[in-house]
Design a protein around this ligand. Structure first.
Ligand SMILES: *[C@@H]1O[C@H](CO)[C@@H](O)[C@H](O)[C@H]1NC(C)=O
Ligand SMILES: *[C@@H]1O[C@H](CO)[C@@H](O)[C@H](O)[C@H]1NC(C)=O
Ligand SMILES: *[C@@H]1O[C@H](CO)[C@@H](O)[C@H](O)[C@H]1NC(C)=O
Ligand SMILES: *[C@@H]1O[C@H](CO)[C@@H](O)[C@H](O)[C@H]1NC(C)=O
Ligand SMILES: *[C@@H]1O[C@H](CO)[C@@H](O)[C@H](O)[C@H]1NC(C)=O
Ligand SMILES: *[C@@H]1O[C@H](CO)[C@@H](O)[C@H](O)[C@H]1NC(C)=O
Length: 310
């Protein structure tokens, strides 16, 4: 009673609303409060499942493109499954590394079989072809590398549809040495490709150190660097990768991974997880379940992983 009496003292200052609208006002407030709560619940109920589904299904994920070293001899029909995969996935770009003889081989031009598969590949608008050159960590002297570059460049003399887009330098040095020998070597051989007119004007230079190289070597200006080549079990994943790439200051579109010995039977979900794990850091990928001669066959994964890159 005392309490209410106290309240009553304040009533003169308080202008009560007419009884009906007071109840109405209370109901309205309660209704608004309930609506807001309900609304939030509905939004959460929709957003949480969508949040899981959307990134994969509706929001366009960062693109993954295909870098595929393909060293199988092009016997008639042997490259057909590759052509099929390319034709089926026109929304992905394929960079195919051509390797007739651990390099271009001694002849000015490769065999007719090679000429015909390179022509066939170059017809696809989503394909670019590169010539393979081994540098053996810089042990192949620059004069030999230059000769091989010139041989590949010469293919464009046969006919323009044999023009390669550039060079894939394999086993490039990854350590900066104190006299910058590796740096000068890489800069030199990359520049030779760029100065050549045999690669269609805007040539592409790939370095494959097979691991994250010393950041200072990036000044040798590769267009694309393979930051991991190896077995699936050793593949650097999300957190690990992030810290390794710090300092390299490369865009994802300039980085690639070549992963072999991927376990079979991971299913689409397992494969997608592998891809999504590196998607933010790397745009160019090759996955295969082959465990030896990993670039000389198809493995059983090709179709499957290409299905899940989106
Ligand atoms: C493929 O390459 C073309 C030309 O460079 C580019 O416009 C396109 O966005 C690329 N596609 C993907 C999926 O990255
Ligand atoms: C290709 O043509 C260029 C320019 O005409 C020439 O310098 C080069 O030697 C030729 N290469 C081959 C392998 O024929
Ligand atoms: C480069 O390093 C080697 C040992 O790692 C050393 O013997 C040599 O003196 C160094 N050269 C220069 C120019 O610092
Ligand atoms: C090219 O090789 C020669 C001979 O081995 C060497 O003297 C020269 O320094 C090398 N040049 C570059 C840019 O690596
Ligand atoms: C590459 O190095 C060789 C030998 O050191 C030199 O003759 C040539 O001019 C260099 N080429 C470029 C494009 O730097
Ligand atoms: C490769 O890199 C060089 C130097 O940064 C650049 O000029 C060229 O346009 C790049 N090529 C492609 C195909 O992106």
């Amino acid at each position: 009673m005392e309490v209410f009496a106290g309240c009553e003292e304040y009533q003169p200052e308080y202008e009560p609303l007419p009884k009906q609208s007071r109840i109405y006002g209370m109901l309205k407030d309660r209704f608004i409060a309930l609506s807001v709560t309900f609304g939030i619940a509905v939004i959460l109920a929709i957003a949480i499942p969508l949040g899981i589904i959307l990134p994969q299904r509706l929001i366009k994920p960062l693109p993954i493109n295909v870098l595929i070293p393909f060293y199988m001899y092009p016997a008639p029909g042997a490259w057909e499954p590759l052509f099929e995969a390319i034709g089926k996935h026109v929304d992905a770009n394929f960079t195919v590394v051509i390797n007739p003889a651990d390099g271009p081989g001694p002849a000015v031009w490769p065999t007719g079989e090679y000429l015909s598969v390179v022509k066939a590949l170059n017809k696809y608008s989503n394909v670019q072809t590169l010539g393979y050159i081994d540098t053996a960590r810089g042990a192949v002297d620059n004069a030999t590398v230059r000769k091989e570059i010139e041989t590949y460049a010469g293919w464009s003399n046969v006919s323009s549809d044999l023009t390669l887009a550039g060079i894939f330098f394999d086993q490039t040095p990854y350590k900066m040495d104190n006299e910058s020998v590796a740096y000068r070597y890489l800069t030199n051989i990359s520049a030779i490709v760029r100065h050549s007119d045999g690669f269609g004007g805007n040539s592409l230079v790939v370095h494959n150190p097979g691991r994250v190289p010393d950041a200072s070597l990036m000044g040798s200006m590769p267009n694309l660097t393979v930051i991991f080549e190896g077995e699936y079990v050793n593949m650097p994943r999300k957190e690990n990768l992030n810290s390794k790439l710090d300092g390299l200051r490369q865009n994802r579109k300039d980085l690639a991974m070549l992963v072999h010995s991927v376990p079979r039977g991971l299913g689409n979900t397992g494969l997608r997880r592998i891809i999504d794990d590196v998607r933010r850091d790397v745009e160019w990928l090759c996955l295969t379940d082959l465990t030896e001669k990993v670039y000389e066959g198809y493995g059983t994964l090709l179709k499957q992983w290409l299905e899940v890159i989106w």
